[in-house]
Each structure stands twice: as C-alpha cells, then as structure tokens.
Design a protein around this ligand. Structure first.
Ligand code: MN
Length: 681
C-alpha cells in the first residue's frame, strides 16, 4: 500500500485577488500564481517575460572552449564529441556533431555503452579515439570528474574541452577548457542547465552570441535534452523548452518528426507528452545497447532513413517495456511472497540476470507501489548490481554510503542511487541498509501529494485549464497544477479502452463530474458506488468532435474525510508487527481488535461478497469503531489465518471470499493474535 500525505497549499485569497487585479490576469491564474509563490509584478515578469538566455560568455572558460574548437575547425584537426547514452547525452551529442559538421569540421562522435563501459569517459575509449587520429575531444553531458582520462589524453597528445552540468569533485580536470556552471569560480547566473542546455550555450558562443539563430536551429534538441534530464523547467530552461516546443509543433527535424509520428501518436506536443513518448524511446536505445542509433536518428537529414531508424527505436522501446514489465512482475511477486521484504523499511529485492538497463525503472515502480525506498538488484555469478529510488525525507545516498564496506562501487543522490557488490553481500546489504533506516527514521517518511487548491465541482469548465496555459511548460520544478475535488459521491464505474482504464462518474452539489482513472482495471478499483471520495486531479481542455471539453484526470483518491497521516502511522505500526520487531505494550494494544470489531468487519465483508474493496474503503465503512488501519489489517489477517475468509489481491483492491464453516471457529486462536497479546504480558 502506498499511503501518500495529502497536502493542500495555503492560499491567501485577498492577496491573490489583488495580484490578478494589479496585473490584469484571470482570477484563477492569480490564485495559482499566489499559491506558487509569485506575489508581485516583478515575480510574474521574471516568470513570463524573463528567462531569456543570458550571455554564454558569462560561463567560466567559454572563451577558451570556443578558441580551441575554432582552431580545430580551421586546422582540419579531427574532433570527437564524447557523449552519453541517455536522452540528454545523445541530444547534446547530436547538437554539437551536427553543428561542427555544418562548419566543415572533421568530426566524429563517441557514445559509451551503458553495459560494460558505463557513464563518463574511460581509458579504453580515449585510446580508441587516439587510434582514430583524434586531436581534440569535446565532452558533452559528462567529463567533469574524468581527471585520469583527461591526463591520459594529454599523454597521447590530444586536447580536451569539457562541457558538463554535473557537480565537480575537489579538483577539476586539467585541460584546454572546463565549461560547467557548477564550478566554484563560474559566475553565470543560471545553474540548472542540462548537458544539452550547456551545448546550446556553447553553440551560441561559437556563433558570436547569435542566440536567435542557434535556438531556431537547435532549440528542439536542447528542449528534448532538458526535459529528458528532468532539470527544473524554470529560468533559462523554461526559455529553452518553450522555444523547442514551438519548433517541435511545426514538425522539427526528420528524425524527431518520424519518432513523434510513431511514438508520440496524436495529440498536443507538450513537455509532458514528450516526457512520456519521445524521451523514453530515445532512452531505450541506451538501455538496449544501441545508443548511437539515437544520435543517427537525431542527425539524420533524410525522411525515409529517419523513418527506418525511428521504427527500430520504437522497437527498442517496445522490447524495453516488455523486459521492464517482466522484471517488475517478478520483483513484485517476490515482494508479495515475503513479508520480510514487503514490510521492510527499505525494500531490497534481487533476481538472477535481470536486465541492468531497466532495474532503475523497476525500482521507481516498486517505490510508487509501496511508497517506500527500494533497491532492485541484478545478480550474476560474480557481481550484483542495483539501482535504487527513494522518497523525500530519506537520503538514499547517505543510506548507501553507510553500507560502503559491503560495496565495490556506489554513488548517487538523495532520491536515487546505484551500487555494486559481490553477490554474497546482497543479504548483508539488505540488513545493513535497513539498520540505517531504523536508526535514522523510527517512522519511515511517506510520499507527499501536493495539491494547489481545492475546487467546487460547480466551477469546473474548459476555461480553467485554458486560464493556466501561461504557466506552461510543466515539468520538474513547475508541476502541472493538481486540484482537490473533495467529498465526491461515486455513482458509476465504467471500464473503457478495452478494460484497461476506468471512467468514473461522481456527483456533488447536484453537479455530475465525469473523471478518468488511467491504467486501472475494474478488479483493481477498491471503491463501490455510493461511497464518498476525495480526489486529486489534473485538468485538461480537449477538443472532441469540434467541441472543447474538460478532461478531469484522477491522480489519486481516498475515502472522503480520511486522514492519511493517521492511517500512515497506524500502517507503519502494522508493518513493524509484520516485520517481527518487538512492539511496546501500548503499540500492541493499538493493533489488537476486540470481538465486536472482528464481528463488524466479518459482517461487512459478508455484505460485499467477493466484490473488490480496498482496506481504506473498509476502514471508512466501519467508521470510528474500526479502530484504525493497522487494527483492520490485523483483523483481516486473523480471519484469514483461521480460515474464515480468503483474500485475493489486485493492486490496492482486495477480493474477499467468505469461506463457509461447519463448526464454530475460535478466532482468538490465530497465531498473529497470540503474538500480539504475548507482547502484552
Ligand atoms: Mn545530463
């Protein structure tokens, strides 16, 4: 279960109204701006008017980089663009390669393999480029930490220009130029550029500051890299993405156009739609071991060839999805089968020969499903290598560092990390990282669901999302607004799209609201008509048969009025019990149901007979007497242990069957109950 913390942003209505009036903005936009911290005309100007690209020469070493690259062009010196296999890396590579080719330079590119070589420069690659007669290596989206490789290049009489957006280590590589806004002596004002964004600045510098020309030619690729790298869509990144989206809407270069036709399907070109269509396709090439295919596509000038490459890439992505689906299913099955895994503070799940290219995405799925940090590890004879994802409030990097002695390599951020270890250390790692979690987080943090504002159904119309259009493009740092529709009575559940999605019809204050719940089948839906629910939704205006209509898309829901914090606390206690940790007397008492509570639950289940229903819906139906989520889950376990019910799980939903019994069953003979009351003595 993933119980998220529902947070509604504080709203100052008077201040929002004044803001709308002062700036001549629609009232609804004023409210959203106020919520997001834009309170003055200057704030708003900075958001809408500002964000233009600043002078690239304000970046440290830009002049040196331009000088060295120009000399290589003029002297017909062979240049290698050294990139990376993710969407940011390949778009950055395609940009610089295309530009240098157009300048008549002698240029090649090099993308390391994800498997075998890994991210960044490596010595074998440097030697390989030397063998190709390369005189200058220009890195994009990597290189800032490649001190030894740069040294090797120097020994081989090659020069290196680094362009990167990652954070430097204590020392910088010693080479012709190091362009990275994160170096301590860089005074450029915007620090959040992607690798492709840094290359865009380099190209503008090479064109003597002619930003308009460069952006009109390369803005599409820079935008894809920026969206792909999930850097905040604010400041200069906002300008890059806006410009790029404008170009992409007109079709863009042949490769991108072909991929959009096949991968993106119909619909609007937005930062969000690209993040779910074109970008996973580009990333799939690296995951499936053919990253140069993406560069070929992005640099391709001919429609037919572009379509052939695009269809291969769509196929890469299809294979990636299939492998990811298989491994996800295996990982989830392993977790469900083992309470020690499922109820751990940090879920560490491993399997033999799982494809390394997808373990990170599987980790995201596990974290989304269970609302806890997790590590997904692929094991073979000699090595175990994994990728982890976290939730806010738990630094996975710190956690992995704590386990350093068990690991051969590790690295990452608070929200994501990677690690390798000998296969025999996996179990020790699982214990050690959970030991760290127990020491630092008595109660594990949960994912937050941040809503901008609650809405009354009566005001819903296609006008609302249209009024918000000026806030676009949405993405990291500027999320699509999320709204609360609270106390909505569920009227109808209609499977659509061949049963893979649900249309849900709600009623409140005499207003009927039709909503979409994507990727949820009827059997996974844990609520029944007649129940009142709180919804977290996004709004979109869609033209349907010539008429503009409002789409309401459900992102999360819960029984009306249910307090997630209370449920979460109770659930964490239940997890502690199921992990087998000793409970305090008072904790055990909070989880122990009495006869009346068990009887009430049993009657409720009988009334539902086999239809899916989730624990939260049961809790809401039982009301105050239910005694909390943890106690409800203990009650279900007890009924199941004693053979009175059989539970089938589908996602969040439970399908409970009442098992007919011949003679009286002593419910209090349940082992779980004994364990609980044993703790009391
Ligand atoms: Mn990057």
């Amino acid at each position: 279960m993933n119980i998220k913390k529902w947070e509604v942003a504080p709203l100052n209505k008077d201040r929002a109204a004044k803001l709308s009036e002062d700036c001549g903005l629609p009232a609804f936009l004023g409210i959203l701006l106020d919520i997001r911290g834009f309170h003055t005309w200057e704030d708003i100007e900075a958001l809408f008017g500002g964000g233009a690209l600043t002078d690239p020469y304000r970046m440290k070493d830009m002049k040196e980089a331009v000088g060295r690259i120009r000399r290589a062009i003029d002297d017909f010196e062979k240049i290698a663009v050294y990139g990376d296999y993710d969407a940011d890396g390949v778009t950055a590579t395609a940009m610089l390669f295309t530009y240098l080719q157009a300048m008549g330079a002698d240029v090649i590119y090099y993308i390391p393999q994800r498997e075998g070589e890994g991210y960044g420069m490596n010595q074998a690659a440097v030697r390989h480029l030397h063998g190709q007669g390369v005189g200058l290596i220009v890195t994009v989206d990597n290189g800032i930490s490649s001190l030894e490789e740069v040294e090797l290049a120097r020994e081989l009489h090659m020069d290196v220009v680094i362009t990167d957006h990652h954070r430097p280590h204590d020392r910088l590589p010693a080479c012709a130029a190091v362009v990275d806004a994160h170096r301590a002596d860089d005074e450029s004002p915007f620090k959040e550029l992607s690798g492709a964004g840094v290359v865009l600045k380099l190209l503008i510098a090479l064109e003597d500051g002619d930003a308009g020309q460069v952006v009109s030619e390369y803005g599409d690729l820079a935008a894809l890299g920026t969206i792909g790298d999930v850097v905040p869509v604010t400041g200069e990144n906002r300008a890059i993405v806006q410009a790029g989206l404008g170009l992409l809407k007109k079709g863009g270069r042949p490769g991108v156009a072909a991929l959009m036709e096949m991968g993106a399907g119909a619909g609007d070109v937005t930062a969000t739609s690209l993040a779910f269509s074109v970008i996973p396709c580009i990333n799939a090439t690296g995951r499936m071991g053919a990253p140069e295919r993406a560069v070929q596509l992005l640099t391709c000038e001919e429609d037919h060839a572009a379509r052939c490459l695009a269809s291969e890439i769509v196929e890469d992505n299809r294979r990636r999805r299939q492998i990811e689906g298989d491994i996800s299913a295996q990982a989830m099955a392993a977790i469900e089968a083992d309470p020690a895994l499922k109820y751990a503070r940090v879920i560490v799940v491993s399997g033999r020969g799982w494809h390394h290219g997808v373990v990170g995405i599987v980790a995201s799925r596990v974290t989304e499903r269970y609302g806890k940090p997790c590590f997904v590890i692929s094991e073979d004879e000699t090595e175990a290598r994994g990728s982890g994802r976290s939730v806010e409030g738990f630094s996975l990097f710190e956690a992995v560092s704590y386990c350093g002695e068990l690991l051969t390599r590790f690295g990452g951020h608070p929200m994501a990390a990677g690690a390798s270890m000998p296969p025999e250390n996996v179990e020790l790692f699982r214990r050690k990282i959970n030991e760290y979690a127990r020491k630092t987080c008595p109660m594990m943090p949960a994912q937050a669901l941040r809503m901008d504002v609650k809405l009354r159904p009566a005001i819903l119309s296609p006008e609302l999302p249209r009024a918000l259009a000026p806030l676009e493009p949405f993405g990291s740092g500027n999320p699509q607004p999320l709204f609360g529709l609270f106390g909505m009575e569920l009227r109808e559940i209609i499977p659509v799209g061949g049963g893979s999605h649900l249309r849900l019809v709600f009623l409140r204050d005499g207003v009927t609201v039709s909503c979409m719940r994507f990727r949820m089948e009827r059997e996974e839906f844990p609520y029944a008509p007649g129940e009142k629910l709180d919804l977290a939704v996004t709004l979109e205006a869609k033209v349907y048969r010539g008429e503009e209509q409002l789409s309401v898309i459900i992102k999360d829901m819960k029984p009306a009025g249910l307090k997630p914090e209370t449920c979460l606390e109770s659930f964490r206690l239940y997890e502690k019990l199921r992990r087998g940790e000793a409970l305090l007397k008072e904790e055990a008492a909070r989880l122990t149901p009495d006869r009346g509570q068990l009887a009430a639950l049993y009657r409720l289940l009988g009334a539902r007979r086999g239809k899916p229903w989730g624990p939260l819906a049961l809790l809401a139906a039982l009301g105050e007497e239910g005694g909390g989520l943890g106690r409800l889950l203990v009650s279900l376990d007890m009924l199941e242990e004693r053979g009175l019910i059989a539970c089938g799980h589908r996602g969040e939903a439970l399908a409970v069957t009442i098992v007919p019994t011949e003679h009286k069953v002593d419910i209090f003979a349940s082992p779980l109950y004994r364990k609980l009351t044993g703790a009391e003595e």
